[in-house]
Design a protein around this ligand. Structure first.
Ligand SMILES: [Zn+2]
Length: 423
């Protein structure tokens, strides 16, 4: 990239950062010499020794002894920045070669120059900046100068950690106090600004949402199917503020009554038989329902719905595995695990929440974890833990779980759990 295009890039950066930058007409072709190539690898800051120095003197006329341009950029008393030359500029005069090397290599503390080397000038290696002031930069000038230094380092692709920026007083003993600023501190400010301006944008926190899921086997086979009983179940369900209810042993009129009782925004999605998913107003259906049937007359099976809460997607599956009462003993466990595996296959690629009455105390499903504890959820001798929630994927995390006793509204206790699901 040519020096002029890098200078242009620096001007654009400064504008983007909110600094007022002017480009003088014809700046790109302005140069003090045509016999020396200008290929800068650093920048030298100056002061003009007066508040009143004009851009016309700096860029057009020179000071009577030295031919203009006398710098590439100027900074006014109010911090306004002007780009006035794109080629070789007479800003540094004769300098100490070792001191210039130190500046170009990136110095920490202020560089103390040795004597000038005859015929050696930093002009061909450095961009020159004249700040219009008699001593040290004022606050607006300092801010503008630091920003200009940072913009040049970025635009030219110079070392961001060892910024090649120095002052006239650091490369020659002829110019003490040019400028009055401490250049060690100045360079630290330039480095800090570059860091801010080139820091990668912070990664947005992964989107996540909390979702409360209730597993409710709603009745024993000879349970109360009255509308009043369904409404009473819904009233109890509402107490845990669920977003999703995975129900088993329900009927269509029963589900209708429960959604009506749960209130506005509730809907149900069944396997056409006794298994269903009830979703509340926070929850949006985000795909097609899928079901599997386990081939019993009663309608044991599973239903899946892709859902979204606060824009975060997950699959919810409600399952009712065949109970022992209708299975021959020897193949019971095998068949039940087959049912569970079938239900699990409904899950897609999203995080998945798989709950229900598994009719097994300890179903094993490859790739899934039992998220809820082994609650004793059925009134039969010995610990009975068929009601559970399994999860798949690292993006669904259990926050809390508890057991609810619905009394004579069901012969199962209900499991309610809150999850954090991440996108
Ligand atoms: Zn100077």
């Amino acid at each position: 990239m040519s020096a002029t295009s890098s200078l242009e890039t620096a001007a654009n950066l400064l504008t983007a950062w909110g600094f007022p930058v002017a480009k003088r007409t014809g700046w790109a072709s302005k140069k003090a010499r045509t016999d020396i190539a200008f290929s800068p690898s650093g920048v030298i800051f100056h002061h003009t020794a007066a508040w009143t120095t004009t851009d016309a003197l700096l860029f057009d006329t020179g000071n009577g002894k030295i031919k203009a341009p006398l710098c590439h950029w100027s900074i006014d008393r109010d911090g306004r920045i002007t780009l006035g030359a794109g080629g070789y500029a007479n800003h540094a005069g004769i300098n100490s070669k070792a001191a210039v090397a130190k500046i170009l290599a990136g110095a920490d503390a202020e560089v103390k120059p040795g004597p000038d080397d005859d015929g050696y000038s930093a002009n061909r290696y450095t961009v020159g900046i004249e700040v219009k002031c008699p001593g040290a930069y004022n606050e607006a000038q300092r801010k503008a100068a630091v920003a200009l230094g940072a913009a040049l380092v970025i635009a030219f692709g110079w070392d961001k950690a060892r910024v090649p920026a120095g002052a006239h007083k650091e490369i020659t003993r002829r110019k003490p106090g040019d400028p009055g600023d401490d250049m060690g501190a100045f360079r630290a400010e330039v480095r800090a600004l570059i860091k801010t301006k080139t820091a990668p944008p912070p990664k947005p926190a992964p989107k996540s949402a909390q979702v409360t899921v209730l597993v409710a086997n709603c009745q024993s086979y000879d349970g109360d199917c009255s509308e009043a009983a369904w409404r009473a179940r819904a009233q109890l369900m509402a107490k845990s503020s669920p977003d999703v209810i995975l129900v088993q042993e329900t009927t269509d009129p029963g589900r209708k009554a429960m959604c009506d009782e749960l209130g506005k925004g509730w809907s149900y999605h069944s396997n056409g038989k006794s298994v269903a998913i009830l979703i509340g107003p926070r929850v949006k259906k985000a795909g097609l329902k899928r079901t599997v049937s386990f081939g019993t007359a009663f309608g044991h099976g599973a239903v899946k719905l892709p859902l979204k809460v606060d824009g975060v997607g997950f699959d919810a599956i409600s399952q009712h595995t065949r109970p022992a009462s209708i299975l021959p003993d020897k193949i019971e466990i095998q068949l039940k695990n087959g049912d569970v595996a079938k239900g699990a296959t409904l899950a897609g690629t999203w995080p998945a929440i798989f709950g229900g009455d598994f009719s097994l105390n300890d179903p094993r499903i490859a790739g899934w974890i039992r998220a809820t504890p082994k609650f004793d959820s059925v009134d039969r001798p010995g610990p009975q833990s068929p009601d559970a929630i399994f999860t798949k994927g690292s993006k669904v995390k259990l926050e809390s779980a508890k057991l609810i006793d619905p009394g004579n509204l069901s012969d199962h206790k209900w499991v309610v759990a809150t999850f954090t699901v991440s996108a």
